[in-house]
Ligand binder design. Structure first.
Ligand code: SF4
Ligand code: SF4
Length: 104
C-alpha cells in the first residue's frame, strides 16, 4: 500500500506531515507535502483523515482489489466522505460521521 500526494491540491497545512506515525511525509520549500518513502507506508490512513484538500490518494492493496484502485477523502465538517475509485473507474461513496468513525 502507498499514497500519492497531488501538490496542485495541497494547501500546505502540514497536517499529514505532523500525523504520519512513520515520518514518511516531507514538505518542499513551499510546504507542499510529498511522500519521501512510499515503500515504507503501511496504509494506516492517518494522513488521509487529516487532509481537507483531498490531495492524498491511497492505493488499495492487492488483497482488497488493488490493480490501480484508490481512495481519497473529502471533509464536510461533521462528516468525512470516503471516495473509492475502482480500477475500472467506478466510484463509490461512504459517508462517515466523524464522531462515530472509531466504530469502523
Ligand atoms: S494534509 Fe493535505 S493539504 Fe495538508 S499538507 Fe498534507 S497533502 Fe497538503
Ligand atoms: S497512510 Fe499512514 S503510514 Fe502511510 S503515509 Fe499516510 S500516515 Fe504515513
Amino acid at each position: 500500500m502507498s499514497i500519492k500526494i497531488n501538490k496542485d491540491k495541497c494547501m500546505s497545512c502540514s497536517k499529514c506531515y505532523n500525523v504520519c506515525p512513520g515520518s514518511l511525509i516531507d514538505q518542499d520549500d513551499r510546504r507542499k507535502a510529498f511522500i519521501k518513502y512510499p515503500q515504507a507506508c503501511w496504509g494506516c490512513t492517518a494522513c488521509l483523515k487529516e487532509c481537507a484538500a483531498g490531495a492524498i490518494q491511497y492505493y488499495l492493496g492487492a488483497d482488497i482489489g488493488g490493480k490501480g484502485g484508490f481512495l481519497y477523502t473529502s471533509d464536510h465538517g461533521e462528516t468525512l466522505d470516503w471516495h473509492i475509485v475502482s480500477p475500472e473507474g467506478k466510484k463509490h461513496l461512504i459517508k462517515l460521521n466523524k464522531k462515530e468513525s472509531n466504530r469502523y
